[in-house]
Design a protein around this ligand. Structure first.
Ligand code: FES
Length: 162
């Protein structure tokens, strides 16, 4: 159920785009910025307001890789396991992140919703292997040790923001 506050924010986003159904992608991008993913209730709400079917909206959401229908943490860590990174030992780095964050192959979000951990097949920075990104910022030549430092830094950063 959307709260009154959420409905007001969604109305604001829709108003910024003049309730124009052809701007549905931009509207969904703004919603994702707000929530870090696309909540089902928000999509149902805009479907009614834009007079677009939910099927159409879900079609857009699943077509574009950058849209997510699953909740994401504040920090999205992507560990590359493409060939260049794999041979330079990306798996121990992935395992270190999982241990540090209490995650597994099937559990991608930390309980505090601070972190989401994903694997990708190539981040396009093979020369810097092994590589991971945090919210699209590249971290080169990673090691399990650097992974520990990174998590500590991010936890401190998040604590300072609160
Ligand atoms: S294989 Fe990791 S960046 Fe290309």
């Amino acid at each position: 159920m959307l709260t009154q506050e959420e409905i007001s924010r969604l109305d604001e986003i829709l108003t910024e785009h003049a309730f124009d159904s052809s701007a549905v992608i931009a509207i969904m991008q703004d919603i994702q910025k707000e929530y870090r993913y696309l909540p089902q209730e928000a999509l149902t709400y805009i479907s009614g307001k834009l007079k677009l079917s939910e099927a159409k909206i879900y079609g857009v959401a699943t077509f574009y890789e950058n849209f997510s229908l699953d909740p994401k943490g504040k920090y999205v860590i992507k560990v590359c396991d493409g060939t260049a990174c794999h041979v330079r030992k990306s798996i121990p780095i992935l395992e270190e992140f999982r241990n540090l964050l209490g995650l597994s192959e099937t559990k991608h979000n930390s309980d505090d919703m601070l972190f989401t951990l994903e694997t990708v097949s190539c981040l396009g920075a093979c020369g810097l292997a092994p590589v991971c990104t945090v919210n699209d910022k590249v971290h080169a030549a990673m090691t399990p040790e650097k992974a520990r430092e990174l998590i500590q830094e991010l936890r401190e950063e998040a604590a300072h923001e609160n």
